[in-house]
Design a binder for this molecule. Structure first.
Ligand SMILES: [Zn+2]
Length: 404
């Protein structure tokens, strides 16, 4: 009993402190800068992170030009603004900000999509900016994990290849993309793949080829809406003779090829009609966010914290969320099992239990019951959220403690 009481008092305090600290550090809608404003971070509350490492134009004389290892120094024109358009599109679509990280240094001075050695060529000021860029992305990743348990990271680039299309990079090599779906899928574990988390989350419904060029893939949806994309159902693979970017350092570092629950994608956009004018950037951003919304919904990636609840995710972290369905949870602290009682009989209620690191520890379908008891003897002692969603997207959340 003493332990129950101890946990009851200590857990909310610990969590509140963490929440307040992070909320004070990075407020959505504000802009945060590294030294000399070389790097900027626009924090959000969605589980969506965009970065633009190659759109910068600033060339300070106190940073040496990169010359090590024959670097590529081409600027991806207008991709910084494209990233901000993605944020505007998110705000319009969801009512919340995405996380945006932008490098303002020209690529002749710094490449944030390379490892630190090649990206900075050893220049100390470039190294500081490189560290700031990745520290901001790391911050965004931690925020996303804390609020949602997973998310999506997109690294925005521009390509100047002859074929006018979006090159979507999932870390799958051009050679592998030229294989049949069956060949790709049967050896999916041998390929590098930046959406490995999504694949693992839906082992029976999804295959690698479905994710990258199936009917519900991002490429197929973009192509159908006037943005030719490879890979997609319409254009399944880049011919070996055609140049193609399969994803770089950032997609590898922040995607899920090496584990984790953030799926990654590199988008190399062609110039004309996509990033050439403010109007075209806005139109492309609105389209991509709409496509992304459908993609995330299709695979139920962040249910039940569905994206429309991003505001309440931010503001009610330690208390009940907007209570569309009244939910009574008892006893609390929990000892052995917990009972739930709903205000009304709901259809297809999904329940997910989230621990303090943002990981889902169990989920279950409550069917259409108005009351149920969940045994929790197997749950480690600690603090948890119980999240609740119906098909209509109704949302409620309770905080509970399980002492043993
Ligand atoms: Zn680039």
């Amino acid at each position: 009993m003493f332990k129950c009481l101890f946990l009851f008092f200590i857990c909310p305090v610990l969590f509140l402190n963490g929440f307040l600290l992070s909320a004070q550090s990075f407020l959505p809608g504000q802009t945060y800068y590294g030294a000399n404003q070389y790097i900027e971070y626009h924090p959000g509350t969605l589980p969506i992170i965009f970065s633009a490492p190659h759109g910068g134009l600033v060339t300070p004389s106190n940073i040496a030009d990169r010359t090590c290892n024959s670097p590529t120094v081409v600027t991806d024109s207008n991709t910084s603004d494209l990233a901000m358009q993605m944020d505007s599109a998110c705000l319009k679509a969801f009512g919340c900000h995405a996380h945006i990280i932008i490098c303002n240094l020209k690529r002749t001075k710094l490449d944030c999509n390379r490892d630190v050695v090649n990206g900075t060529c050893g220049d100390p000021n470039a190294t500081q900016a490189w560290n700031e860029f990745h520290s901001y992305v790391d911050t965004a990743v931690q925020e996303v994990l804390k609020k949602y348990g997973g998310g999506i990271y997109i690294d925005l680039h521009g390509q100047g290849h002859p074929i006018q299309r979006l090159e979507l990079g999932y870390l799958i090599t051009q050679t592998d993309l030229n294989r049949t779906d069956n060949s790709l899928d049967t050896s999916a574990n041998d390929s590098t793949f930046s959406m490995r988390h999504l694949l693992a989350a839906h082992p029976s419904a999804l295959t690698l080829s479905k994710i990258i060029r199936g009917p519900s893939s991002i490429g197929t949806a973009l192509a159908a809406r006037g943005y030719p994309s490879v890979p997609s159902q319409q254009d399944p693979f880049p011919a070996m003779a055609d140049p193609y970017f399969d994803g770089g350092y950032n997609t590898n570092r922040y995607g899920s090829d090496n584990g984790g629950t953030i799926d990654g994608l590199q988008i190399e956009s062609n110039f004309t009609g996509v990033r050439d004018t403010p109007g075209n950037r806005k139109k492309f951003a609105d389209t991509l966010i709409s496509v992304l919304h459908t993609f995330l919904d299709t695979y139920d990636q962040f249910s039940p914290l569905n994206l429309g609840t991003c505001n309440s995710v931010l503001t009610d972290a330690a208390g009940p969320a907007k209570a569309d369905v009244e939910l009574t949870l008892f006893p609390n602290p929990v000892c052995g099992s917990v009972s739930l009682r709903f205000s009304s009989r709901q259809q297809h209620l999904q329940i997910r239990c989230i621990d303090m690191t943002g990981q889902c520890v169990f989920e279950l379908n409550a069917g259409d019951q108005s009351e149920l008891t969940i045994p929790l003897q197997e749950l480690a002692s600690g603090c948890y959220f119980l999240n609740l969603q119906s098909e209509a997207g109704l949302f409620n959340r309770k905080f509970f403690i399980t002492p043993h």
